[in-house]
Ligand binder design. Sequence first.
Ligand code: NAD
Length: 487
Amino acid sequence: MAGTKALLTLENFINGKFVPCSSYIDSYDPSTGEVYCRVPDSGNEEIEAAVEAARAAFPGWSARSPQERSQVLHRLADLLEKSLEDLAQAESRDQGKTVTLARTMDIPRSVQNFRFFASSILHHTSECTHMDHVDCLHYTLRAPVGIAGLISPWNLPLYLLTWKVAPAIAAGNTVIAKPSELTSVTAWMMCKLLETAGVPPGVVNIVFGTGPKVGEALVSHPEVPLISFTGSQPTAERIAQLSAPHCKKLSLELGGKNPAIIFEDANLEECIPTTVRSSFANQGEICLCTSRIFVQKSIYSEFLKKFVAATRMWKVGIPSDPSANMGALISKAHLEKVRSYVKKARAEGARILCGEGVDTLSLPPKNQAGYFMLPTVITDIKDESCCMKEEIFGPVTCVIPFDSEEEVIQRANSVKYGLAATVWSSNVGRVHRVAKKLQSGLVWTNCWLIRELNLPFGGMKSSGIGREGAKDSYEFFTEVKTITIKH
Ligand code: NAD
C-alpha cells in the first residue's frame, strides 16, 4: 500500500515477543483527521496464541510471593515514569486530548496504578473464625483466578488499561488485554518496558483489534474465566451474553448520565469553574463528566449567566497548545454523533446558549479536518429529551432549574444510569441527606473527581456491575475458598 511505510505500525505482544499481524486497521490522528498509524486486526488465531502463552506463564507467576510481584510492578511504574513525556505526547496524538492533560493526568495516573497495587497487594488479610463447640477452625484462602481478559475504552487509554492490568497481575493472574482499536499506541509502548521491568513472557499479553472480532474471541474463549470490561452499555450487554454459557466472572464499568445538583447556598466561586471542568474535561469524554446540571431556581439566572461566560473561556485548541483546555474528539463518527444531539435538542425547542452552532471555532489550516467542537450549553430542555436521558460522551451539558430537594433527587434518579453525581451546598446536613438518596455509585459534594483509590469505584443500575479499588479489585481478581479444620 502506498505511503504505508511512513505510518507507525503496531504489533501484538504475545509471550514476551512482538508479533506482526496479517491485516491492519487504519488509526487516525483526531487533531488532523489523517491516518497516522496501523493497528493489528487480530482475531481467533492471535487469541489462541495469547491463551497458550498466558496458560504456560500462570503456574510460575501465581507461585511467586506478593512481595516478588510487587517489586516487578514497582519497576514497571518507574520505567513508565521515565517515559512520561513520550507517553503523554503519544496519548495526545492518538486520542486527541491535550498534551497537558495527558502529562498531568493520564500518564501519572497510569504510573500510580502500578505503584498503588504494588503496595496494596501486600496488605490483604484473610478471615478466620472458630467454632469451639465442635472443635473447628474456619479460614479463607484467596487464589488468582487464572487468565484474565481485560477490555478497555478509548477515552483514558493507558490510565484505564493499567487500572486493570496492575491489580490482575499483582494478584497472580496472567492477562490478555485488548485496548480500544482507536487508541492502541501507549499500550504497545508499555509492552516495550515489560521485559526490563521483569515481567516474565506470557504474564502480560496485549492483542490489538476491533471489539466484534478480537474482543469477542477473547470474551468467548473457554479458558478465560474472567472478563474486566470498561466501555459502553450496549457492548456490556453483548459481553454478558457471550460470557453467560461459561459462567464467567464479570466486572462491567459502563457509562453515566451524571447530574450536578446546585443548591442556592452553594459557593458559586468554586462551583462554577469546577462544573465547567466536570462538564468539559477531556472533551467531555470521561464517564464521570457532568451532563445534567440542576440549579435551584433562586440562583438559576445568576448561575446560567456566569456558567456560560466561564464555558466560553474554556479554550478549544490544538492538543499541543499549552493554553488549550480541550483538544479534539476521538473520531469523525463520534463528533457527528455528539453534534446530532445538539441538533435534536434545537429541533425540540431547547436553547443552545453557547458552542455548537452559536459560536465559531478558529483552527490552523492543518487542523481544519480535525474532530474539534466547542463546549456547548443547552437550556430550556425537558427531562424526557434524549439529551437529558442518554449518554452523549462529548462536550455538551444541559442546565435546568429545580424548586425543592425532594423534587431534584427524584429527577436526578430518573435515568437508567447511576455512575456519579455532584452536590453543591454549604449545608452539611443536606449534602449527607442528598448523597444518601442519590442512585449513584459515586457522589462528590463541593468537588469533583477527587479519587481515593482504596475505596470502591463503579456504578449502579445500567452503569455497571461490580466495583474496582484496593479491596474490590483484589476480590474480583481472586477466587475465595473457605477451609474448615476439625481438631
Ligand atoms: P465501547 O463499548 O464501544 O468499547 C469499549 C471496548 O470494548 C473497546 O476496546 C472495544 O473494541 C471493545 N468492544 C466493542 N465491541 C465489543 C464486543 N462485541 N466484544 C468485546 N469487546 C468489544 O466503548 P467506547 O466507545 O470505547 O468507550 C466509551 C464508553 O465507555 C462510554 O459509555 C463511557 O461512559 C464508558 N466508560 C466507562 C468508564 C467507567 O469506569 N465506568 C470509564 C471510561 C469509559
